[in-house]
Design a protein around this ligand. Structure first.
Ligand code: IPM
Ligand code: MG
Length: 363
């Protein structure tokens, strides 16, 4: 059966790392393992240059129709001064909102070959396998009012609104509990209930939902303590479920434990369609567009390729193939191949395309 993928490489290194995924798709299609049909669109600064918007309506239509969206990265200094509504990030936020991708899965896995590349001691991160489940369509990134007003006395006032309704908390917690069943059966729910009403409600709803999962151990942790524990003793965690803002911050911290932001994939999923059971989904690396290294062949394509592996796993049920791609990534690292960001003594530095080729060769 053929599946449609809508590719949105974006800006900066986005195009370079997406080229490696395109090679991988071509390889899998040629081998008969898959039958992907791809189409490519513009998002971020390049979409602004072409259409004056961070994503065009036509490309939004394609994203809504595709079986999965594969997204690179957006932004760069060139677009620092474009109007706020059409800044590159607005394209990503519109995709998340319009596709209703409320569940963002961000695994932080430490590949054995990279335990030395972490900024933490090897024994703290060796074997690390955390999954951060971040709420992605609510909270302070989307709440209204969201504005800056001129007070007229030489002062201005900025407001962002942190807002959650119980259904939004309930559905993201259930995603976390369901995933924990397939892993370490432990969920930490993280909020700031000691100072925020949204945190009080978060905890109340999370605990209520937890009652339906008697085989899962439920722990509450304040978000600031969670940040501290992530760098103190990260292996105490299995699944962490949290809101949009805390999830953004905690997932960057968790990512760095693994050695490089260039290693980490993510999946953003919607609710299953009641008729077909299919979920809308977008897959993207956790890292950004890295304008400083773009065009130099220095970008690490692993997070992008691992994001594609998550698409195989979560959108297409191709679990064995996803395992194989992930094993190929671990394999090239074991072989001593490194992109610049994870370069270590005694290893061989390769460029973006060589890393992509090596992963395909390993397959
Ligand atoms: C992320 C990014 C985005 C976010 C930006 C690019 C809007 O930091 O995916 O973590 O804040 O969600
Ligand atoms: Mg972020």
């Amino acid at each position: 059966m053929s599946h449609s993928l809508f590719l949105l490489p974006g800006d900066g290194i986005g195009t370079e790392i997406m080229a490696e995924v395109e090679k991988l798709i071509a390889h899998l299609n040629a081998s008969g393992a898959t039958d992907f049909v791809t189409d490519t669109g513009l998002v971020g600064g390049c979409a602004y240059d072409a259409h004056g918007a961070a994503i065009s309506d036509a490309d939004m239509e394609k994203a809504l129709k595709a079986d999965a969206v594969i997204f690179g990265a957006v932004g760069g200094p060139k677009w620092d001064n474009v109007p706020y509504d059409v800044r590159p990030e607005a394209g990503l936020l519109r995709l998340r909102k319009d596709l209703q991708l409320f569940a963002n899965l961000r695994p932080a896995i430490c590949y054995p070959a990279l335990a030395d590349a972490s900024s933490l001691k090897k024994e703290l991160v060796e074997g690390l396998d955390i999954l951060i489940v971040r709420e992605l369509t609510g909270g302070v990134y989307f709440g209204e009012p969201k504005e800056i007003t001129d007070l007229g006395n030489g002062q201005k006032r900025a407001v962002d609104t942190q807002v959650y309704e119980s259904y939004e908390i309930d559905r993201i917690c259930r995603v976390a509990f369901d995933l924990a069943k397939t892993r370490g059966k432990l969920v930490h729910s993280s909020d700031k209930k000691n100072v925020m009403k949204s945190g009080v409600l978060w905890d109340e709803v999370a605990r209520q939902a937890a009652k339906d999962y008697p085989d899962i151990r439920f722990e509450h942790i304040l978000a600031d303590n969670c940040a501290m524990q992530l760098v103190r003793n990260p292996k105490q965690f299995d699944v962490i479920v949290t809101d949009n803002l805390f999830g953004d911050i905690l997932s960057d911290a968790a990512a760095m434990l693994t050695g490089s932001l260039g290693m980490l994939p993510s999946a953003s999923l919607g609710a299953p369609d009641p008729q077909t059971g299919k979920r809308k989904a977008l897959y993207e690396p956790v890292h950004g567009s890295a304008p400083d290294i773009s065009g130099k062949g220095l970008a690490n394509p692993i997070a992008m390729i691992a994001s594609f592996a998550m698409a195989l796993r979560y959108s297409f049920g191709m679990v064995e193939l996803a395992d194989k791609v992930e094993a190929a990534i671990a394999g090239v690292l074991d072989d001593g191949l490194r992109s610049a960001d994870i370069m270590q003594d005694g290893c061989r530095q390769v460029n973006t395309a060589e890393m992509g080729d090596a992963i395909i060769a390993r397959l």
